[in-house]
Design a protein around this ligand. Structure first.
Ligand code: B12
Ligand code: SF4
Length: 471
């Protein structure tokens, strides 16, 4: 069986006119489509006689015409397409191209969009199967069933036009170590680059799945999942396989890499013992058990940067978003990171429900005072299926389910993306101000110039900064 996976081109975003974010996104690098890699690699390992290819359109700069031609030449039996809600239109366009070229191609869609809108998606005419949840085992079972001419509608986690009315349950992988390392060789793996790492090429890893928290702005299905971990041995073996590819910079994209400190310590011990000499970034929360001892060990094991979701400097809003970070603790952890030589990155949101312009300005000043190495600021937009969005619809603050309208008809982009009780112009102005105030300071520029980083990276950052400034 010939199987093709497609990460669609990113052409038409759900939001009509958020320009700043789009520009930053374009400048920030490109990351391997890890979800597809996991699914493809599991299949590759467990089923022989399948020819597997992946097209990562954004990284390879492929347009829809290229995809059409590729399908003609490769002539796949089955195509798996990654769906993300904010680029739904592009993903649907890929399914249309596939069926226009050859009605017999089986189209299977998966990814985060299907975690939240599986039934709406199966309504589209050119989609044969939806994979509901984590895809490795479900997709493998589907392919096996198709190869042996059995009934695909019986596979748990598969939604089709025939079985859509059944009671479907989202699928998770119980034991992560039963999975297969993503086979990065299925991609042109040296092409992946990140704006903020020490050097390039980079790759990404997920060493745990799920999340133990419930931030009200979040729509990740992660928040509904039990946290599951890869064992330290599995993680370090995967890292060894990456080092063999000649890649030294790794970003761990786990929601919270430091959730289990004992596991972090065990991973660090193994990395130190094996002298793997890599540089890695991870994401954490400031209220984890990060003390000087563990941070020192992380640094010794190659940790270069920690990303913290701080979101707001207003204690009242920390409660409203159900994050409850103690801002004194945030200051302390950032200070500790600096003392041991780990770079810090803080995410912030502007325009949270009930936030005043003064509070937004205060958050910007807080980020500056923390002296973070990177601090992206985004305008809060209520995400579909997040607690904020659902509640606002119920209470009439948002007067229609515009995400559902968009999901049913993505030809009409979303224009009112911010919290409705805020003024869009003010939000935009504060958002630009945040970037200007944070990044265009003499102190910050000097710090960036002296940051330990490859020369090529510094050059890229300087060029992008100028581009953003003049735009
Ligand atoms: C790393 C990351 C990125 C990276 C890299 C993305 C990439 N190339 O994979 C960058 C920074 C580029 C990025 C960009 C964006 N991201 Co992002 N990102 C993540 C993050 C933190 C991890 C993704 C990951 O690797 N997960 C691990 C893998 C194993 O899980 P997975 O991708 O879901 O894949 C599993 C299943 O979904 C399924 N599956 C996935 N693909 C396919 C394909 C087929 C055919 C099948 C059968 C199954 C299948 O099986 C996989 C294995 O179990 C997630 C949050 C999260 N925890 O998942 C957000 C997340 C995916 N991102 C999100 C968003 C909104 C974006 C942006 C739109 C942000 C923006 N405004 O620009 C862009 C969109 C880019 C795009 N075209 O998709 C949302 C998506 C929400 C949604 N409903 O679609 C998430 C869930 C975060 C959130 N809660 O808001 N992101
Ligand atoms: S935003 Fe909050 S709830 Fe969502 S995945 Fe991250 S930590 Fe969990």
């Amino acid at each position: 069986m010939k199987i093709l996976f497609i990460f669609p081109p990113k052409k038409e975003w759900a939001f009509k006119d958020i320009k700043l974010h789009k520009k930053i996104d374009e400048e920030s690098g490109n990351y391997p489509p890890l979800g597809i890699l996991y699914v493809a690699s599991f299949l590759e390992k467990n089923i022989s006689n399948c020819e597997i290819k992946i097209l990562d359109a954004p990284t390879e700069n492929l347009d829809f015409e290229f995809i059409r031609q590729y399908i003609k030449n490769f002539s796949p039996d089955l195509v798996g397409i990654y769906f993300c809600t904010e680029y739904l239109k592009d993903a649907l366009r890929v399914t249309d191209i596939l069926k226009n070229e050859n009605k017999k191609i089986i189209t299977v869609v998966g990814g985060p969009h299907l975690h939240i809108y599986p039934l709406e998606t199966i309504e589209y005419p050119n989609i044969d199967f939806v994979v509901y949840g984590e895809g490795e085992i479900v997709f493998y079972k589907l392919v096996e069933t198709l190869i042996h001419n059995k009934d695909p509608n019986q596979v748990e986690g598969i939604i089709s036009k025939i079985n859509r009315n059944k009671d479907h349950k989202i699928q998770f992988v119980a034991n992560l170590d039963e999975l297969v390392f993503p086979n990065r060789k299925l991609l042109d793996y040296k092409k992946y680059r990140s704006f903020i790492t020490y050097d390039n090429p980079i790759t990404t890893m997920i060493t745990s799945r799920g999340c133990a928290y419930n931030c009200y702005y979040c729509n990740s299905i992660e928040r509904a999942k039990r946290v599951r971990f890869h064992s330290p041995e599995y993680v370090v073996k995967e890292i060894e396989s990456i080092v063999k590819l000649g890649i030294k910079d790794i970003i761990f994209f786990d929601e919270n890499f430091t959730f289990n400190i004992d596991r972090v310590e065990a991973i660090c011990d193994l990395l130190i013992e094996k002298k793997l000499n890599i540089r890695w970034h991870c994401r954490s929360r400031a209220d984890m058990k990060l003390d000087k001892r563990i941070l020192r060990k992380m640094k010794e094991a190659g940790c270069r940067m920690i990303q913290f979701g701080i979101e707001t400097a207003t204690p009242r809003l920390q409660k409203i978003i159900n994050k409850h970070l103690d801002l004194e603790r945030v200051k302390k952890v950032i200070k500790l990171c600096k003392e041991v030589g780990i770079l810090t990155y803080g995410n912030f949101m502007l325009g949270l429900p009930t936030e005043t312009p003064k509070e937004m300005l205060n958050t910007i000043d807080f980020a500056i005072k923390l002296n973070l190495d990177y601090a992206p600021f985004g305008i809060f937009n209520p995400l579909p299926k997040s607690v904020f969005y659902e509640k606002a619809i119920k209470e009439g603050i948002i007067n229609k389910d515009y995400w559902l309208e968009y999901v049913r008809n993505p030809d009409k982009p979303i224009s009112n993306y911010w919290w409705p009780l805020h003024n869009k112009e003010i939000l935009n102005r504060i958002n630009y101000l945040a970037f200007r105030k944070f990044y265009f300071r003499v102190k910050y520029i000097l710090k960036a110039l002296f940051r330990k980083q490859s020369f090529a990276q510094k050059f890229w950052q300087a060029k992008s900064a100028l581009k953003l400034f003049f735009s």
